[in-house]
Design a protein around this ligand. Sequence first.
Ligand SMILES: Cc1cc2nc3c(=O)[nH]c(=O)nc-3n(C[C@H](O)[C@H](O)[C@H](O)COP(=O)(O)O)c2cc1C
Length: 347
Amino acid sequence: MKKNFWEKIRKKKGFTCLAPMADVTDIAFRQIIAKYSRHGLPGQGKTGGGPDVFWTEFVAADGIASLKGRKPLLKDLEFSKKEKPIVAQIFGSKPENIETTCRIISELGFDGIDLNMGCPDRKVEKQGAGSAMMKNPKIAREVIKAAKRGAPNLPISVKTRIGYNKIDYQNWLTEVLAEKPVALTIHLRTRKEMSKVDAHWELAKEISEFVRIIDKEVVLIANGDIKSPKDGREKIKNTKFEGVMIGRGIFGNPWLFDSRLENGGGTLDLQKGSSSVSISKKLKVLVEHTKLFNKLLKNQKNFAVMKKHFKAYVNGFDGAKELRNELMQCNTEKEVEKIIKDYLATL
Ligand SMILES: Cc1cc2nc3c(=O)[nH]c(=O)nc-3n(C[C@H](O)[C@H](O)[C@H](O)COP(=O)(O)O)c2cc1C
């Protein structure tokens, strides 16, 4: 089993991962994040930053494994060198399709493969995948075994939750760990809680210690409501978690992992502070992101995907609401560019 990539990552205590988010963390947004989080603001030199590991959006193993479905889905697995190291996330409950998919993915240059065992989406659960895995640990174990058969040279990891209807992680995690995944990400909520309640950070210590008793080696990553790398490091202090995964905190904030912006909690305050990002900078990046989306994903994803980003970028300053409303009507890159240009001229 090739563990090198995770072994290197875990040396950095409190390492950071970008969460997989369908129709959000696509190749265009990942490249924007890599550009602004890893190298700091243009003109200010390289400062490091993160994330230490990128994740792709999840991809259906049943689709990749079928000749017909494969081509469009492989587009979702494209990445550039800037996003390395990168883990491909898949979902599925048919071991034979998981094995085929992992074999295919192992040829694509990924650093690891992650198995989704926590998605609450009904379409995913209907296939027995995502969170439904928690109700069928036997299949979950078969799926991990199949992934290892398909990609024996890549580290296989699992991302899951702390129970289905109620907090009940002992049996479930024991089953998962019996198959020796190289890394385990725990979203500190149950399936039933979706993302509607606060993540159970009060249980982080006990859950992480439970995992460590069973498995001394697994790379342990915590997820849920983390606002910034600094917030994450605070949250995992005194637990056995080694790294953190951040999802929604990245919305409209591709600077999130830039280590120089961590004073003050790492979240960007648009109005004050020399290390914060100005409104005009944010809006210019919104345009850059839109252009990159069109360049890389035009034939694959609907332009509406960008509207989630517009809402997030355009927030917290005078006139944001009106500007947002205008952007929500846009259907082309040109329209977006013009609206932002006109707005910037008023500043
Ligand atoms: C829009 C959206 C899409 C998501 N897609 C995925 C996915 O493809 N795979 C996955 O494992 N989790 C997915 N998640 C869950 C996140 O990875 C993460 O576990 C969750 O948002 C909690 O972390 P956070 O509080 O930092 O956002 C998604 C979440 C959101 C908001």
